[in-house]
Design a protein around this ligand. Structure first.
Ligand code: NAD
Length: 288
């Protein structure tokens, strides 16, 4: 099985933190990319930000000025979902909610060609369940990137019960063509990384609620003495508390309310307050 031909059109649905990163990486690898979001301003912001990132990369000598220009020119805004009907691969990076993702893929299946691969960047939701309502569930696969996408090499390529081996192999090889290091995984709650990461965050929340230390102290201890690249609170600020809380709820539910995965009421309050982390300018830390 080979990677998708790089004349193919890749559609990215959702132009938030992850969608923008995925679009940046795919266009830099030579693919034509169409970006869509229900909020048109999210698309224009993403395209602007990606253009600036390419310029910075060119300044650092990581790509030439011409490559930066060409990569920018391969990015296009899709003003409606119909605009992505000619895509060979659609990567979905919208809100972490099963019903919303299912609704989007049902709409997409009615629009795209028979050979189009449908991929979800879900962090935790069953790929089997997302695919289950499709006419052709075998064409849906998980393509799980990590934040920030341009810097993080790992991609979990997740097969649901119905995913065809050919589709998983094409997405695996395409990830390599995009400069990533993919692994095959099966559709289990949180897959590999987010399953192991849940107790990391949960212990952080427990330490905080027991007043063992404040968020900055716990982060510093884990970073500087524990050898982690980031502590739990700065990492959740990067991910977004809304996204992280949804992922915890999803893994908790999928493991039949196993107490190890109990979501934190403190995190729920962060979400209620709109203190979502970097994306809202305030989480445990202040930004911007
Ligand atoms: P985000 O909040 O930054 O962006 C989501 C975007 O999707 C928003 O711009 C929103 O307007 C758009 N959107 C919502 N519903 C839509 C719809 N029906 N159609 C089109 N656009 C829609 O979120 P994010 O952090 O980019 O996460 C997106 C997905 O990626 C989630 O499934 C999340 O679990 C997953 N993910 C997130 C991270 C992370 O660290 N943030 C890492 C890996 C995977």
């Amino acid at each position: 099985m080979a990677a998708l031909d790089n004349n193919s059109i890749v559609a990215v649905i959702g132009s938030g933190a992850m969608g923008a990163g995925i679009a940046q990486v795919a266009a830099a690898a030579g693919y034509r990319v169409k970006l869509y979001d229900t909020h048109a301003e999210a698309v224009s912001k993403a395209i602007q930000d990606i253009g600036k990132m390419y310029v910075k990369l060119a300044e650092k000598g990581r790509m030439t000025a011409q490559e930066a220009q060409e990569a920018s020119a391969r990015l296009q805004a899709a003003s409606s979902l119909q605009d992505v009907s000619d895509a060979s691969l659609v990567v979905e990076a919208i809100v972490e909610n099963l019903d919303v993702k299912r609704g989007l893929f049902a709409d997409l299946e009615a629009l795209v060609g028979d050979d189009c691969i449908l991929a979800t960047n879900t962090s935790s939701i069953s790929v089997t369940a997302i695919a289950a309502k499709l006419r052709r569930p075998e064409r849906l696969v998980g393509m799980h990137f990590f934040n920030p996408v341009p810097l993080m090499a790992l991609v979990e390529v997740i097969s649901g019960l119905a995913t065809s081996d050919e589709v998983a192999a094409t997405v695996y090889d395409t990830s390599i063509a995009w400069g990533k290091q993919p692994v095959h995984a099966k559709s289990t709650p949180g897959f590999i990384v987010n399953r192991v990461a849940r107790p990391f965050y949960a212990e952080g929340w427990r330490l905080l609620s027991e007043q063992a230390g404040d968020a900055a102290t716990i982060d510093a201890v884990l970073r500087e003495a524990g050898g982690f690249r980031m502590g739990p609170f700065e990492l959740m600020d990067l991910i977004g508390h809304d996204v992280n809380f949804s992922v915890t709820q999803s893994v908790f539910g999928a493991y039949f309310n196993d107490p190890r995965f109990t979501p934190s009421v403190l995190q729920q309050e962060m979400v209620n307050a709109g203190f979502l982390g970097r994306k809202s300018g305030r989480g445990f830390y202040r930004y911007g």
